[in-house]
Ligand binder design. Structure first.
Ligand SMILES: C[S@@+](CC[C@H](N)C(=O)[O-])C[C@H]1O[C@@H](n2cnc3c(N)ncnc32)[C@H](O)[C@@H]1O
Length: 218
């Protein structure tokens, strides 16, 4: 449960900006938006995808929303993102979108306020299982149609690969990347936590040995 370097509250805005820049490069390389491009249309159907209000939890600099809304436009769809993150510096890096500073464990939105609630590479930042349960339950509360969460799968091979992939980045980014996987998940853990959060009908699965996904269709 060791905290990541960039979870510390004494990082400078310059350090934080550089961190999100490095994360953006890694996200592009790993095509982090792919599970969402695949599963949102797959689970909701193309007709429902025409117009969606989407909440991204722990959205960082809003990269996922930008990529997915551009991709949706290419399909002739309109996906409108609201981004929520604890970090105010992240909000300032995300000028074009509606960005809310807040915690995933206490969402400032009404029940069913969004069609889709998603998150990627965020859940492992929470410091305790009780906060993860609260995060899952809040995601379920504000989602009208679909919850789709994605995070890292905990395994040694992935840690070693990511260490090599991040060799060009700063030592803090590299050690956080490896720590993220050590703080990551196994499918059984997310199933148990989802049940504790009351998301009994959620499906949890592993993709490509690297990502754990949770979907709850309402
Ligand atoms: C590894 S970054 C991922 C950012 C983005 N999802 C991406 O993949 O580029 C994790 C993000 O979660 C945010 N975060 C951590 N704990 C949070 C909380 N309790 N509520 C909201 N955001 C949180 C951090 O500020 C950070 O921006």
């Amino acid at each position: 449960m060791q905290a990541e370097y960039f979870d510390g509250d004494d990082r400078t805005p310059e350090e934080i900006r550089a961190h999100y820049g490095a994360l953006e490069r890694l996200n592009k390389l790993t095509q982090f938006e792919r599970p969402f491009r695949t599963w949102i249309p797959n689970l909701l159907g193309e007709a429902t995808c025409q117009r969606l209000r989407i909440l991204d939890l722990g959205s960082g600099n809003g990269q996922l929303g930008r990529i997915l809304s551009d991709w949706a436009s290419e399909q002739g769809w309109s996906w409108e993102f609201t981004n929520l993150d604890l970090c105010p510096v992240a909000a300032r890096l995300d000028p074009g979108t509606r960005h809310v500073v807040g915690s995933v464990t206490e969402l400032p939105f009404n029940d069913h306020a969004f069609d889709v609630v998603l998150a990627t590479t965020m859940t492992h930042h929470l410091p305790s299982e009780s906060e993860v349960i609260r995060h899952f339950s809040e995601a379920g509360r504000v989602a009208g149609r679909l919850v789709l969460l994605c995070d890292l799968h905990r395994n040694l091979l992935f840690q070693m690969i990511l260490w090599c992939v991040c060799l060009g980045e700063s030592k803090h980014f590299r050690s956080d990347a490896v720590l993220s996987i050590r703080r990551g998940w196994r499918v059984g853990e997310w199933k148990r936590l989802a049940q504790s959060a009351g998301l009994d009908d959620a499906t949890v699965w592993l993709e490509h040995g690297t990502r754990v996904l949770l979907a709850l269709k309402k």
